[in-house]
Design a protein around this ligand. Structure first.
Ligand SMILES: [Zn+2]
Length: 197
């Protein structure tokens, strides 16, 4: 195989869900496609990191810092919904009824994989809650062992800050990702959230 195809296919095969055969097929597809497309794709990938920022308030991924949600005066910045990932934030946004703010952890506690409290974006959250404006924190991590452990950790971390803590209601199947939960179920889980004592 030509070296260029081999290199590209090796890189593509490292993407999630892409096996070696698919990677090779994609590489040949790119070779056959219009050159403009391959160039645009390459540029989009190579400039991704410089074009994307992490919001210094909520850690959302955005074009701007603060992100559009943190900047929005129409949103209740006193309520902060803590999520595992940006796709989870998007899922809640797509459900369309939540009007508070967010905080993205960029992960869940996974001791077996070596992911501990220091690997989650917790300091920023604590600072934000301590600074006083936040009145309620909604733990919207997924219902799984890791999700529950992370929710408990956040609750412990924020103990004594005066913010009310709540957990999204069940209804989301155990272990499933918020990202793939339908809008109505997500909406209900948020509305029916219960206080964490
Ligand atoms: Zn933000």
């Amino acid at each position: 195989m030509a070296r260029a195809i081999q290199d590209l296919s090796d890189l593509l095969s490292r993407l999630p869900g892409v096996g070696k055969r698919t990677a090779t097929r994609l590489a040949f597809h790119l070779l056959k496609a219009k050159e403009d497309y391959a160039r645009a794709l390459g540029e989009s990938i190579s400039t991704l990191h410089e074009r994307v920022r992490r919001c210094s308030t909520c850690a959302n991924i955005s074009d701007t810092d603060p992100c559009h949600i943190c900047q929005d005066p129409g949103r209740d910045q006193r309520v902060v919904c803590v999520v595992e990932s940006v796709p989870d934030l998007w899922a809640i946004e797509a459900a369309g009824t939540y009007r508070g703010a967010f905080h993205v952890l960029h992960g869940l506690l996974k001791p077996l994989d070596g992911i501990g409290p220091d690997d989650l974006n917790l300091d920023l959250l604590r600072e934000r809650v301590i600074s006083g404006e936040v009145q309620e924190v909604i733990l919207a991590t997924r219902p799984s062992v890791e999700g529950e452990a992370t929710a408990l950790l956040v609750r412990q971390l924020l103990e004594g800050t005066g913010a009310a803590m709540s957990r999204i209601a069940s209804g989301i199947p155990h272990g499933s990702e918020l990202e793939y939960t339908d809008a109505r179920t997500l909406e209900r889980a948020l509305t029916d959230r219960r206080e964490m004592k």
